[in-house]
Design a protein around this ligand. Structure first.
Ligand code: HEC
Ligand code: HEC
Length: 224
């Protein structure tokens, strides 16, 4: 009996180590392949250009789905489609493992345009700066949604910290660039981006105003 248990635990320890080794191999291979992505997505997936999404810390499940969508044309972006065309299934898996293991960088506070500085988003926000008022509006929408208008609370799928869900392939959003978030939410709203299951993000974004999209994007960009 003891011998059997010992053999069993040895076998388990062994399979455990080999899958860890396998994951490390994928991360190493992904790191090399990511050299082709650095110019736009930055070192370790922390892009410096705010309309290029950060990839650091993204769930590999969501990451893979997007690369496949660019490759088969269901998510339309000329740059990324051309790049995804050249990637095999193994390349995508290695890149996904690498980026998921990177740490996303924090953002600076957004800077408002001059006209926004003059008119606060909510009139009763006298004790808040215009930026604080917009972020508070975004925070409320993120947590509570707007049920009468059928805007679901983002927290339900993207989590209290914007961390998303790996098994459900709900993307991690925290510390993403606000400019990219605004762009992609606007594309969901107008149905330009429509590769997601049941078009759920379209159903949500089409009910949101331009101001709400901006507010929630600013809030998410500040989540760590
Ligand atoms: C020339 C610039 C450029 C290069 C190089 C590039 N990308 Fe992109 N990538 C983009 C842009 C722009 C987007 C946003 C597309 C959109 O708005 O739909 C994007 C989006 C993505 C997304 C979707 C992110 C999300 O949050 O939905 C993934 C995944 C991705 N790129 C992976 C890669 C990988 C892997 C490489 C290298 C093999 C790479 N990209 C190289 C510009 C680039
Ligand atoms: C019912 C679940 C659900 C809810 C609620 C939800 N989302 Fe999503 N969201 C998703 C899924 C699934 C995707 C991935 C879509 C795809 O595969 O293209 C996504 C994608 C996104 C993306 C794209 C991320 C990227 O890296 O490109 C953004 C931004 C986003 N959601 C913001 C929001 C905001 C803001 C709210 C609240 C107003 C919200 N979501 C509510 C499920 C949800």
């Amino acid at each position: 009996m003891k011998k059997k248990l010992l053999a069993l635990s040895f076998a388990m320890a062994f399979t455990g180590t080999s899958s860890i080794l396998h994951a490390e191999d994928a991360i190493d291979a992904g790191k090399e392949k990511a050299a082709a992505c650095v110019s736009c997505h930055g070192e370790h997936g922390n892009s410096l250009v705010s309309i290029f999404p950060k990839l650091a810390g993204q769930h590999s499940s969501y990451f893979l789905k997007q690369l496949q969508a660019f490759k088969n044309g269901t998510r339309k972006n000329p740059i990324m489609s051309a790049i995804a065309m050249g990637l095999s299934q193994d390349d995508m898996a290695d890149l996904g493992a690498y980026y998921a293991a990177q740490k996303i960088s924090a953002n600076e506070l957004p800077i408002l345009d001059d006209d926004e500085d003059e008119k606060p988003a909510t009139s009763n926000a006298s004790d808040k700066t215009p930026l604080q008022a917009i972020i508070a509006q975004g925070s409320d929408l993120y947590r509570n949604g707007d049920l009468p208008r059928e805007v679901s609370a983002c927290i339900a799928c993207h989590g209290p910290f914007g961390e998303g869900s790996k098994p459900a392939a709900f993307p991690s959003l925290k510390s993403q660039h606000a400019d990219y978030l605004i762009k992609t939410l606007t594309e969901f709203k107008t149905d330009v981006r429509s590769n997601n299951p049941d078009n759920m993000m379209h159903m949500i974004a089409k009910k949101m105003t331009t101001e709400e999209i901006k507010a929630v994007a600013y809030r998410i960009s500040m989540m760590k």
